[in-house]
Design a protein around this ligand. Sequence first.
Ligand code: GLP
Length: 245
Amino acid sequence: MRIIRTKDYKDLSRKTANILSAQVIIKPGCVLGLATGSSPLGTYEQLVEWYNKGDIDFSQVTSINLDEYRGLTHDHEQSYWYFMQKHFFSRINIRPDHVHVPDGANPNAEEACREYDRIIEEAGGIDCQLLGIGLDGHIGFNEPADAFQMGTHCVRLTQSTIEANKRFFSSADEVPREAYTMGIRNIMQARKVLLIASGEGKAAILKQAFFGPVTPRVPASILQIHQDFTLIADEAALSEIDAMK
Ligand code: GLP
């Protein structure tokens, strides 16, 4: 595990975008595993800026997003599909048929999840996976559990996640209770994994996830044993880790 320390969120976004753009330049037809949430917004913004300058070309890139709320259609403003289009895909030259997000509109969970595993496999796996981290240690929507879930699956969101994500909806009642998410195997099979975290609010969970035991109770902790895992975090997010030294 490697840690890249950044001064603040802006610095974090630029460094993360740098790694992703290096990936695209080295392998123009790469598969990027992408994430939603507020953490990657600055990274997408930076990549769009470099795209506009002509520095990056996404025309051969495939993207595979981590997760989607079950029951939300593409046109729902809080669907992760909509989020990705708005903040990233509609602003770069990625081919629409190269963009993948689990199909939240498919009520058949088994079918939606198997289909997504097939998409990941047919793409040849993920070259670089970008992750945020939930306050309970979730990655994608892999919530704390008794065991690691392997492939794409349907999850019931925890109260902590519903509370954290309600800021995007008109009320907590509006937050979907379930989601489809890539599983831990899908994430661990990515050739490179980046997890980004910013702000004091993430300090306690970062310490628990990366300096505590590997356990499905803190799903992100499994990344400690990934062979190419980089944590990119700003000083505020690293404050509890720093305090250990
Ligand atoms: C959501 C997403 C995760 C994300 C997490 C943290 O629940 N499913 O992929 O990492 O929130 O979000 P934020 O970056 O806004 O803190």
